[in-house]
Write a protein that binds this ligand. Structure first.
Ligand code: GLU
Length: 310
């Protein structure tokens, strides 16, 4: 696919203040979209209501503005779009691509026939694929995963291959608590808003083949994908709240140190602005990176963040 007009997006989950890893993903997706002269949409993924922290959606938006990342159009809130996800689920069920599942998590974990650990828990062994056991009630809805390789060309990492039958098995599209799963909502929204370029952290790379499968089943085009390096803790491990030098609640960020932090983010993405821009507002730093954008300069390995102010 080589779209004439790029539509990118950033899709934070409002489960707390924007953190450093998300600021890197936001900046990376912004650079890709804007360097191509395209649009950059903003979508709040606020479906997982038990995890949503009240006030954090606004906090995230204000933080992005402070860092000079301006989105195009209105913010899209997934919480107001349930009917569209319901329609998509109906299409999947009517075509036999999805089915109700009555298994509890405990049952799935304890099944002797599920010896393989998937990337996110055990691989679903397909217990309810051919119908619920008599008397069993539907809990979740799953999509049938074919035993075939899904191939996509990552804009940063080249060709990636995935066989979902070996990594997740039939995955959930509507959860037992009635909440639409991330995979379905993202697929529907990316398609409806014409998103054709998805740039996000490499922690989501295992989701991409699931979304590609759903696109195929729902008749949607597949966007271009690129997976950015992740910010790790100083010891190379997962970044914890404590290491997260940003926390990025607005407190304490004036425009000058926002500029400094943006300089660090751009350096992390291989686009450190020149010395004369040091200390300039974030907009100026970003402007430089957009005009000098070269995806080949983005280092791919996950690593700690270097605070350029030190
Ligand atoms: N909402 C997801 C997250 O914050 C990102 C979704 C996406 O970029 O596809 O991890």
């Amino acid at each position: 696919m080589n779209p004439d007009y790029i539509v990118g997006r950033f899709a934070p989950s409002p489960t707390g203040p924007l953190h450093l890893g998300s600021l890197v993903a936001a900046t990376g997706s912004y650079l890709f979209a804007k360097a191509a002269g395209g649009l950059w949409l903003m979508r709040m993924e606020d479906l997982d209501t038990p995890r949503v922290v009240p006030g954090s959606a606004d906090d995230i938006l204000r933080t992005l503005e402070l860092f000079g990342l301006k989105w195009d159009g209105e913010v899209i809130y997934q919480s107001s779009r349930g009917d569209l996800y319901e329609d998509a689920l109906k299409i999947l069920l009517d075509s036999g691509a999805a089915y109700p599942c009555g298994c509890t998590r405990k049952e799935i974990r304890s099944l002797a026939s599920a010896p393989h650990k998937g990337e996110e828990g055990p691989i679903y062994p397909g217990t309810c694929r051919n119908g619920l056991a008599p008397g069993q009630k539907p809990r979740a809805y799953r999509v049938k995963v074919p035993d075939e390789t899904i191939i996509f060309d990552d804009l940063l990492r080249g060709e990636l291959r995935w066989n979902l039958a070996h990594t997740s098995g039939d995955f959930v599209v509507k959860r037992a608590d009635g909440i639409f799963a991330y995979q379905l909502a993202v697929t529907v929204d990316d398609a409806i808003f014409g998103v054709n370029q998805v740039i996000r952290g490499n922690d989501l790379v295992a989701s991409t083949p699931r979304q590609i499968l759903l696109q195929r089943l729902l008749g949607h085009p597949t966007p271009l994908y690129g997976h950015l390096p992740l910010v790790t803790a100083p010891d190379g491990g997962k970044l914890s709240k404590r290491d997260n030098l940003v926390g990025l609640a607005l407190a304490g960020f004036d425009i000058q140190n926002a500029g400094k932090l943006m300089e660090g983010v751009l350096a992390f993405l291989g686009h450190k602005p020149p010395a004369e821009l040091s200390g300039a507002p974030p907009e100026k730093q970003i402007e430089y990176a957009v005009s000098n954008f070269d995806p080949a300069q983005i280092p791919l390995q996950d690593r700690p963040f270097i605070d350029v102010t030190l």
